[in-house]
Design a binder for this molecule. Structure first.
Ligand SMILES: Nc1nc2c(ncn2[C@@H]2O[C@H](COP(=O)(O)OP(=O)(O)OP(=O)(O)O)[C@@H](O)[C@H]2O)c(=O)[nH]1
Ligand SMILES: [Mg+2]
Length: 430
């Protein structure tokens, strides 16, 4: 079973609160404000990792939360930022955020920030003005972004199994991976490519089993033509060759047919590294299988590994898997720290609607007023409105944003009730 879809909950860390504090020194009677700012919450970052090939880990764990920031402290000490949380995903993962943003993570080492940490609050020192020397309030940190995101894996196969119909390709993939394709003793049993994941405990490779190829496949004969496209992007081909074909055909001629068709489809396929898997060795005497292998090594030269295999007895399967891991080098990830530029973070951002920066005022049926929208809600999330000074600051900010004017235009009078961010206030801006 290949896990190619997952849904995970990502949560940026909370920002630290700003600090409310005043300097205290032995010889200074009344010190000024010295509350430091809170730190920024950590981000949740996806990192494209070439050692992974499926989304299985996300079946076991669905919640990912970055570190929260520290609060600001007295003596103007800024709180530490929260730790970033790095979540590793396989190359080819497409990430869908609820706002419509799509990240395509193809190249190992690429990062995408999927949930930003909350901003830190400012300490009381920052609210000092000419007329307010001793602000007795500070800002609270904001919650980080949080939501469910969808991961979808568009797998690119690392290994392609090619060969004539009935050569034993599906049998091979079923014993070296968890794939469970249909296997039968008639040609063209496999009608569509089947993918399986080969795992050696350290890393994974994707193997594609494709329908059997026949003479003329490159021109559309049989089923193979459409599927040759699937092997174009693989990094190595395993040519599966039946040691004892039931139709009595000559393995050498069979080998040549497949190689000709691959080249005729796309010249580049002839340059892909190859492993020759001589299959069904249990059907011939052991000495003959070894003799054939020697002959093939002589014929093909150093460049091609020749492995004697049997899906029935499991002969050669470990050797085959080992050869695949050896011959497909892991792509070294780029150092994530080198990619500081925002534009470099994700390879491909499809669509990002403008964040909601607007607010609106409405009058409810009972005559009271309601203000909604991100900027006002943020303002309210940042202050303790039991604190009179903080409340005065909120009122000044609402005035500056034009909210007070809009309220008055809607018929609001000082002392009326206003609901903002779910809380009802009696606002008296005068
Ligand atoms: N004795 C023996 N039989 C095998 C072995 N591998 C495959 N077979 C048999 O060979 C026949 C074809 O095997 P498949 O794995 O379906 O062959 P395929 O290459 O996928 O065939 P297509 O999908 O039609 O192209 C089946 O009857 C298998 O049971 C093996 O190692 N030993
Ligand atoms: Mg098959």
């Amino acid at each position: 079973m290949l896990y190619d879809k997952a849904r995970i909950f990502v949560q940026g860390g909370r920002g630290g609160n700003g600090c409310m504090s005043f300097r205290r020194e032995a010889k200074v009677p009344r010190g000024g404000p010295d509350g430091g700012d809170g730190g920024r919450g950590g981000d949740v970052v996806l990192l494209c990792d070439d050692s992974l090939r499926d989304l299985q880990t996300f079946k076991r764990k669905a919640h990912y939360k970055a570190g929260r920031a520290r609060h600001g402290e007295g003596a103007l000490r800024t709180g530490a930022d929260g730790d970033e949380l790095v979540v590793r995903i396989p190359p080819g993962t497409q990430v869908h955020l609820p706002d419509g943003t799509v990240h395509d993570l193809v190249v190992p080492g690429r990062r995408a920030v999927v949930a930003r940490g909350g901003l830190g609050g400012r300490g009381n020192k920052r609210f000092t003005t000419a007329t307010r020397q001793t602000p007795r309030f500070s800002e609270q940190g904001l919650e980080g972004e949080e939501y469910w995101i969808d991961l979808q894996l568009k797998l690119l196969a690392d290994v392609g199994l090619v060969g004539l119909p009935n050569a034993g390709k599906s049998s091979l993939i079923s014993v070296i991976t968890r794939a469970a394709p249909k296997i039968a003793d008639y040609p063209f049993t496999t009608l569509e490519p089947v993918l399986g994941v080969l795992d050696n405990g350290e890393r994974q490779l994707v193997v594609a089993d494709i329908p059997g190829l026949i003479e003329g496949a490159s021109e559309g004969a049989g089923l193979g033509h459409d599927f040759l496209a699937h092997v174009e992007r693989t990094r190595i081909l395993v040519h599966v060759l039946d040691l004892a074909p039931v139709d009595g055909s000559d393995p050498r001629e069979n080998h040549a047919v497949i190689e000709r068709e691959l080249g005729a489809h796309d010249q580049r396929l002839t340059r892909l590294p190859r492993i020759l898997a001589l299959s069904k060795s249990d059907l011939v005497p052991a000495e003959r299988a070894q003799e054939e292998a020697r002959e093939w090594r002589g014929r093909l030269g150093e460049a091609v590994s020749v492995v004697v295999t049997s899906s029935a007895t499991r002969e050669g399967l470990e050797e085959l898997a080992k050869a695949l891991f050896e011959r497909i080098p892991i792509e070294a990830p780029h150092d994530p720290l080198e990619l500081e530029d925002e534009a470099e973070l994700a390879e491909h951002r499809v669509f990002r609607p403008a964040a909601g920066r607007s607010w609106r005022v409405e009058q409810l049926d009972d005559g009271s007023f309601r203000v909604t929208g991100e900027p006002v809600e943020r303002l309210f999330a940042r202050f303790d409105f039991e604190n009179d000074e903080a409340l005065a600051h909120i009122e000044r900010s609402l005035k500056r944003m034009g909210v007070m004017r809009a309220l008055e235009a809607a018929g609001f009078e000082p002392g009326d009730d206003v609901e903002i961010a779910g809380t009802v206030f009696e606002l008296d801006p005068s």
